[in-house]
Design a protein around this ligand. Structure first.
Ligand code: ADE
Length: 233
């Protein structure tokens, strides 16, 4: 998969060098290219923002540098990518979105700052490929960089070969609508806290039953919104 990122803070993406995704890049599974939006400005001050039409607080990202940056990426790749613009006003990003996007061959993340990007950039991007405005959740970050990093990790680890043991992708939170069961390792007793007996029993059927019950219980406690509505309620 090819991933392009357009940002005024390329250094945010240095962490892609480390860990699992760094290995995926090394193995050629993930081709990430980070672009500094200011390289696509044409004035001496490398200006990327301006005051909003209609007034109001804050600054808006100017469309011209975005147009040049997106043109350059599309000309280089010669395809119709999926553009992802992180924004609190976007559709909600979830595990199913990550799965869907992990099948794409080319994603372009556009990181907005300030009060956002001039709306016409999204319409222009839609002439070059698919456009998705995506929100990580109901809170506001200072810009799209951290949100893009989170999405690149969530999507990247679903690309076949990136996570060594594909089974570890199946039994985890959000893959089937329930939260993950609790995990323990040695020692069996630690600072007065014990590993549940059933896990030491070697009885696979009982372990599976216990884990499923834990998943349901945790989901009910922490994320009741994930459970089907109770018809008795
Ligand atoms: N940019 C700012 N806030 C965001 C959020 N909650 N999700 C995605 N992108 C954002």
């Amino acid at each position: 998969m090819r991933v392009d990122v357009v940002t005024i803070f390329p250094a945010f993406f240095d962490v892609l060098e480390v860990s699992l995704l760094g290995k995926a890049r090394g193995a050629g599974l993930l081709d990430v290219r980070v672009h500094d939006l200011r390289d696509y400005t044409t004035d001496r001050h490398r200006t990327v923002d301006d005051t909003p039409y209609g007034g109001g607080a804050g600054m808006v990202m100017k469309p011209e540098p975005w147009g040049l940056a997106l043109d350059a990426i599309v000309a280089d790749a010669g395809d119709r990518p999926t553009f992802i613009f992180p924004a609190p006003a976007g559709e909600r990003f979830s595990q199913s979105t990550a799965r869907e996007l992990s099948e794409a061959s080319h994603l372009v993340f556009g990181c907005g700052r300030y009060e956002g990007i001039d709306e016409r950039v999204f319409a222009y991007a839609a002439t070059l490929g698919d456009v998705r405005l995506m929100s990580l959740g109901d809170y506001v970050l200072n810009g799209g960089e951290v949100a893009s990093m989170a999405m690149i990790e969530a999507i990247g680890r679903l690309i076949p070969g990136v996570v060594g043991n594909p089974e570890s992708l199946v039994e985890e939170s959000h893959e089937d609508g329930l939260l993950e069961y609790p995990s323990y390792t040695k020692p069996a007793s630690w600072r007065g806290h014990e590993v549940p007996d059933v896990l030491l029993s070697g009885h696979h059927g009982r372990v599976a039953e216990w884990r499923h019950a834990q998943r349901v219980e945790r989901t009910r406690e922490r994320r009741p919104d994930l459970l089907p509505a109770d018809p008795e309620a």
